[in-house]
Design a protein around this ligand. Structure first.
Ligand code: C2O
Ligand code: CU
Ligand code: CU
Length: 430
């Protein structure tokens, strides 16, 4: 914390090596280390500043995924940091407690930069008026779970994919927080897992190995109004979920990703990874567990709009070739929104290839999925939503940041191969 009370973080983008498999040093990238980056954490109302140094041989950016902040600080493709340069964005945290993350966003190369290891979590805390009783001992009963799929070719990462894999790279194994075959020792009756799908294309359908129920307490942008019990939660790239799992003394259970059928036809199902299943993280409970307080029945109030006062409706047609028939152009502003207004965005997947949709700066409410009320896992604050083939989602979001007609924010498919290929557009707030 510096003199004027600003919380200051240092992030160094660097190359390195990591031994994922014994005896094999894999070339990697990371923030302040060989792979991934530190968890940053700040409180609502706090001013933050991040001093970013690019020690790589390539230009990159650092984007704050899910963060409400001025466009100039967003770290999108217009805020490139050249090799040897520094960039120090600053902003005031002005949103509810949530599990956000950061990753590079260089236009056309985001997939590559994330795959090499540039990603980390950014946790926002809020005054604990509610949600007070949720597990919150970081790394003990409140655990970050960054899930990535990988493949190796000897010591090196193999990032290749065939033309049939229309969603991009799919690995043949997964890791958590950069660790292969991971396990977590649990000493409390309840453990909160902050799941982040930091994979570039893979969609996970998380559940526990004995199919027990867990409580979903938070989504991308914060806590739900009340916990939702379920035994599966699907996350597409970029999405987060906070779940609370009840453990029994001495037991072992595994967080898995199950095969799932959400892609439309059998072809997409197979080549988009729907048939695959993985053991993600083993949970090992101690023989004696510390008692945890019950999960509160009410968690807080959602701060996303209902959409009834929407000033404007917009339509977005998703195809691999581009959004609304246009591939991303850095010099074209696609949408201009008015500061202080709520809008309804209707997003439709028109080409059968699985996509998702992410909007910078805002958290939105999913009003409808194919004309119906969304399922429990889509009733919280979201910044990224899965849009399988033939699906239409209707979203309500409010633009209340500062106006900046010269600096655009992005909206895009977060399957990074698609994003890099042009499934991205730009909007300004005026
Ligand atoms: Cu997670 Cu535009 O990004
Ligand atoms: Cu983002
Ligand atoms: Cu896509």
């Amino acid at each position: 914390v510096d003199k004027d009370g600003t919380r200051v973080f240092d992030l160094r983008m660097q190359s390195g090596h990591k031994e994922f498999n014994k005896g094999r040093r894999t070339p990697t990238w990371g923030f302040n280390g060989d792979y991934l980056g530190p968890t940053l954490r700040a409180e609502r109302g706090e001013k933050v500043k991040v001093r970013i140094a690019n020690r790589l041989k390539e230009a990159s950016t650092v984007h704050w995924h899910g963060m409400h902040l001025p466009a100039r600080m967003d770290g999108g493709p217009h805020q490139m940091v050249e090799p040897g340069d520094t960039w120090s964005p600053r902003w005031k945290i002005d949103q509810p407690a949530s599990t956000l993350w950061y990753h590079p966003h260089p236009h056309g190369a985001t997939e590559k930069h994330v795959q090499r290891g540039l990603a980390g979590m950014f946790l926002v805390d809020d005054k604990p008026s509610s949600g007070l009783e949720l597990p919150k001992k970081y790394g003990v009963d409140d655990v970050p779970v960054i899930v990535q799929d990988v493949k190796f070719d000897g010591a090196d990462f193999d990032h290749g994919h065939g033309f049939m894999q229309s969603t991009g790279f799919l690995g043949d194994r997964t890791m958590v927080n950069g660790t292969m075959k991971p396990y977590q020792e649990v000493g409390d009756e309840l453990v909160r897992l902050r799941l982040l799908n930091a994979s570039t294309a893979r969609i996970y359908d998380f559940g526990l190995s004995d199919d027990r129920e867990f409580a979903l307490v938070g989504t991308d942008g914060g806590l739900l109004e009340s916990p939702a019990r379920m035994n599966r939660i699907q996350l597409s790239p970029g999405e987060r979920a906070e779940i609370v799992v009840r453990m029994k003394p001495g037991e072992k259970t595994v967080l898995r990703s199950y095969s799932h059928d959400t892609y439309g036809d059998a072809w997409q199902q197979r080549f988009s990874g729907g048939d695959d299943s993985f053991d993600i993280l083993q949970l090992r409970a101690a023989d004696k567990l510390r008692p945890s307080p019950e999960i509160p029945g009410e968690l807080g109030e959602l701060e996303v709009p209902h959409g009834k006062d929407s000033a404007r409706e917009r339509f977005f047609e998703l195809r691999t070739s581009g959004i609304n028939g246009r591939a991303m152009d850095m010099s074209r502003v696609d949408e201009t929104v008015t500061r202080g207004t709520t809008e309804t965005w209707t997003v439709r997947n028109e080409d059968g290839v699985p996509h998702n949709f992410h909007v910078h700066d805002v958290q939105f409410r999913v009003l409808e999925v194919n004309g119906r009320r969304p399922p429990a896992e889509l009733r919280g604050a979201k910044d990224t939503v899965f849009v399988p083939g033939g699906t239409t989602v209707k979203l309500a979001m409010r633009f209340d940041g500062p106006a900046d007609p010269d600096t655009p924010y992005m909206y895009h498919c977060h399957l990074l191969f698609h994003e890099d290929g042009g499934m991205m557009g730009q909007f300004v707030v005026v």
